[in-house]
Structures are given as C-alpha cells and as structure tokens.
Design a protein. Structure first.
Length: 348
C-alpha cells in the first residue's frame, strides 16, 4: 500500500502591524498572519512608510465608513513579495511604492475618460484597506508605482504623498520657467514644494511665519524669503510683480486668504494644505486680474512614478526623521506635534 502523503499547510508566519482598533484609539502593535494576495493583488514586503497628517482620518475615524481594526499608512515603499492571480505587470523582488491613490475601478465615467485620479470608487491606502504601518501589506496591482534604483526607501516613502502632491500641483499650475511662484509654509509639504519649484525653474518666494526658517528656505532653493509675521506678504509679492502661482501648503485658511492679493494677473492660488475652515475671498479679488483658486489632491500611481523619477534626476529629497514600526505611536505623536523636521518615516 502506497504511503499516503498528506499535504500539511505550514502554520502561517506572523508579522508585526501597528493598528487602530477603533476611532480615537491609540496605536497597538499586534501579530497578524502574513496575508495572501487575492486576484489582481500584490503582496509588498514593506521597508518604510511615511507618517502623514492625513493618517488622522484613520486614527480618529474622520473618514466615513472605515472598518476597524485598520492599519494606516499611504506612503509605502517596499518590495514585491508575492503576486496574486492575474498580475503580470509586476515581478517579485521589484521595488514599488503605494501612495494615497490606492486603486481605481477602471469602469466608472471618470476612469473610462482616463481620469483615474477622480475615480468615483477610488480606494485610499490605509483607509479602504490596510496600509503601510505593517511588515507586509496587500495592494491592488493598479495602485503600485515603481521606485527608481538610486532612491532610498525612506526617501521614496514621503515622496508618495507629500512629494507627489507638491510636484503634481506645481506642474499642473500653469506656471512657466522664470515665473514668480510663492510657496506658503515651510513644513512637510512646503519644504518639498520649494525644492520642486526651484528645479522647475521658477523664481521661488518662500513664505513663512517668523525669520527662523529663512536660511533653510534659501538652502532648499528659494530665491527670497518673506516673513509673513513682520511683513504684509501679499504686498511683498505685488512689489515683485505679483505671483503667477501661490502654492498654499500650510493648513491655515486665514493665511491663504491673506495671500490672494499677492497674485499677479491670471495668477492662481493652488491649495493643497487641507483644512475644514473656509477661505475668504471677494468676487472683486477674483475678477480683478482674472485670478483663480484651485485645489489639488495627490495623483495617480503613474504620477507617483513621475515624481520619483524627477526626484532621482534632480536630487529633490525629503528631510526625514525615522522611527521603528514598534514606535508607531511615538512617530504619529511627533508628526502631530508639528515639530518634526519635516517628514516622519517608519522603518520595518
Ligand atoms: Zn498623505
Ligand atoms: Zn473609476
């Protein structure tokens, strides 16, 4: 009688994750089984994940319909570890990232027009499914962006949200090389915005509160620094002919409103600093000089690849503080304190 061979499935190996068990709860470090990718999914061995202010949506349950426990994180850099059925465009061992845009359906009206960024059923990494605060994660194949060879994981991670947001907003702002572009706020977004604006060939005016950030702003590529506490920044911009674009990164609607008069003819206030307070503007301010106010959110995985390649090419890099995954709570608190210089990144 032949020996009966019984296939024994090995016990699934555990991994460490930093999860939120309910809205408002603290981070807890727990073991979970390493997940298996389903059809059209990829498993990523996470190497680094940025801690973004938008993670507050998951931490505090502000985004509607989040299912808990949930693992935040939408600035994910790692390596393709396993492919689900039907995935032929990625290879095991390939370095990839996932940003805010965590997948699209490909079938809604916007997707059929090629406008994946505005997909009606867009999935957000770390909100609609578990994000990068863990050792292994699953992502839809269409959410991945390739990471260029010479870019470190800890540098690529923040570029997948803070980076793409500033890069994409600027390159779609209409500003041309040589134009005066102001970057309001020298923080997580602003310090990248200044660098990209400089590499795009703009004349960059950095606007910050107080004089202490002036040397850093110049080092990052600003040709001038405007201290909005000691000077009227809008008037200062008008003395220079008016800004073609003001990239508003600091989440202060009051500060943004105060800058609108600094726009030149056909100037645009490009809003990326997220807040719930209203921006104040009069119709006269907009009609005079045909000014516009526009908002911008991140971009597609293809936009992420553009961002990463441009950063590799030009030397744009985030300034980071790293924490191990086990210290996710401390890392998040540091980010929320507003004192980080400038992006907090978890390493696995
Ligand atoms: Zn983000
Ligand atoms: Zn869609």
């Amino acid at each position: 009688m032949a020996t009966l061979k019984v296939a024994v499935k090995p016990a699934a190996a555990p991994m460490k994750v930093a999860q939120i068990s309910k809205p408002g709860a603290d981070f807890e470090i727990v073991d979970r089984e390493i997940p298996e990718p389903g059809a059209r999914e990829v498993r990523i061995k996470v190497q680094a994940c940025g801690v973004c202010h938008s993670d507050v949506l998951t931490k505090e349950g502000i985004w509607p319909g989040i299912q808990y426990p949930r693992i935040p994180g939408h600035e994910v850099a790692g390596v393709v570890d396993e492919l689900g059925a039907g995935v032929s465009e990625w290879n095991k061992g390939q370095r990839v990232g996932v940003g805010w845009h965590g997948g699209h359906d490909g079938t809604c009206r916007e997707c059929r027009r090629g406008d994946f960024r505005n997909c009606r059923n867009v999935k957000v990494c770390g909100i609609n499914y578990d994000g990068g605060y863990q050792q292994y994660m699953l992502a839809p194949a269409e959410a991945l962006a390739a990471i260029p060879e010479t870019l470190r994981d800890v540098d690529a991670a923040p570029l997948l949200c803070a980076g793409i947001t500033t890069y994409n907003a600027l390159r779609h702002s209409g500003a041309l090389p040589g134009d005066l572009v102001a970057v309001q706020g020298i923080g997580g977004l602003g310090h990248l915005g200044i660098q990209f604006a400089n590499k795009f060939g703009y004349k960059v005016a950095a606007i910050g509160r107080g004089s202490e950030n002036a040397p850093l702003a110049k080092k990052l590529g600003a040709s001038l620094y405007i201290d909005s506490q000691s000077t009227n920044a809008a008037e200062a911009l008008q003395k220079l002919g008016g800004a073609q674009v003001i990239l508003a990164t600091a989440p202060s609607s009051k500060a943004m409103s105060a800058l609108i008069d600094g726009l030149g003819p056909n100037g645009k206030l490009m809003v990326i600093g997220a807040t719930f307070d209203p921006i104040e503007v009069t119709p006269i301010q907009l009609i005079t000089g045909s000014r516009t106010i526009q908002g911008w959110a991140a971009g597609t995985p293809a936009d992420s690849e553009d961002t990463l390649r441009f950063a590799e090419l030009t030397g744009v890099r985030p300034m980071i503080e790293t924490y191990p995954l086990e210290k996710a709570g401390d890392a998040y608190a540091r980010m929320m304190s507003g004192k980080a210089q400038f992006r907090v990144v978890l390493t696995m």
